[in-house]
Design a protein around this ligand. Structure first.
Ligand SMILES: Cc1cc2nc3c(=O)[nH]c(=O)nc-3n(C[C@H](O)[C@H](O)[C@H](O)COP(=O)(O)OP(=O)(O)OC[C@H]3O[C@@H](n4cnc5c(N)ncnc54)[C@H](O)[C@@H]3O)c2cc1C
Ligand code: FES
Length: 223
């Protein structure tokens, strides 16, 4: 069920170069892994889309890569601060898979801890640009970790796994070629998160998709 609420910050913890923002859950439900939430830091004009990373009882945890003003404002919050949260939104991962293999790259590992929990901790393969970034792999159970120049696509097993992935666009496009039925969580800049502004429209296989409505998770590129 979609809800908007002001949630209070319980903790702000460094994880390598990333920040784990822990919020009191309040009226917001964690939803399906891979769905998105719009997080609005106090004093910021536009909210920022985030995937839920952890859902322990009574909490919602978001892993944030502070790359610009919006994400830095979220990473600079302090315990006791309040922020606006809207969600869960869009389509997450289908969980009716027989042999799940979770694949993540960089901050794209954000939805994998919650996804892993919901799937009973299947194997995972995660890649990072440095050992420092790879500290975040500790959040993903049963993860095989690779660091550049090795890429996750070089380590993808040959057996027929049900791949569920999130990461940078070149990684997702390579996975589509290697595992055509993979479920992939795509990204685009999002202003509203619920289909009204078209800022997230992307062309995939010749069709325009609003990622916040049809995605962010698309099967084999197209739902
Ligand atoms: C569905 C979804 C889930 C996401 N989940 C997470 C998450 O769990 N953790 C996390 O840290 N980030 C996540 N992101 C990305 C995050 O929303 C962006 O990094 C953030 O909006 C950037 O805002 P900013 O103000 O910090 O930087 P800006 O100044 O807005 O952007 C900095 C740079 O990144 C580019 N950029 C911004 N947003 C995106 C985007 N979505 N895709 C590609 N390029 C972009 C801009 O063009 C610019 O070059 C997610 C994005 C989507 C769409
Ligand atoms: S973010 Fe506004 S339509 Fe998708």
């Amino acid at each position: 069920m979609l809800r908007r609420a002001a949630l209070s910050v319980l903790g702000v913890e460094p994880v390598g170069p990333y920040t784990l923002l822990r919020l009191r859950r309040g009226a917001i439900r964690p939803g399906v892994p891979g769905q998105l939430f719009m997080l609005e830091a106090p004093g910021r004009l536009l909210p920022r889309p985030m995937s839920l990373c952890l859902a322990p009882p009574g909490e919602l945890g978001f892993l944030i890569d502070p790359i610009g003003p919006g994400t830095r404002a979220l990473a600079c919050l302090e315990p006791g601060d309040e922020l606006g949260v809207l969600g869960p939104l869009g389509h997450g991962f289908r969980l009716d898979v027989e042999r799940p293999l979770l694949v993540g790259g960089g901050i794209g590992i954000a939805p994998l801890p919650y996804l892993s929990e919901r799937l009973g901790h299947p194997p995972a393969l995660v890649g990072f640009r440095s050992e420092w970034h790879a500290e975040a792999a500790a959040l993903v159970p049963r993860a095989e970790v690779v660091v550049e120049p090795t890429l996750v696509t070089e380590r993808l097993p040959e057996e027929p796994w049900d791949v569920l992935a999130c990461g940078p666009e070149p990684m997702l496009r390579a996975l589509r070629r290697l595992a055509p039925s993979a479920q992939l969580a795509w990204e685009a800049p999002m202003a509203c998160g619920y289909g009204a502004c078209y800022s997230c429209a992307v062309e995939l296989d010749g069709e325009w998709q609003r990622l916040c409505v049809e995605g962010p998770v698309l099967s084999g590129g197209l739902r």
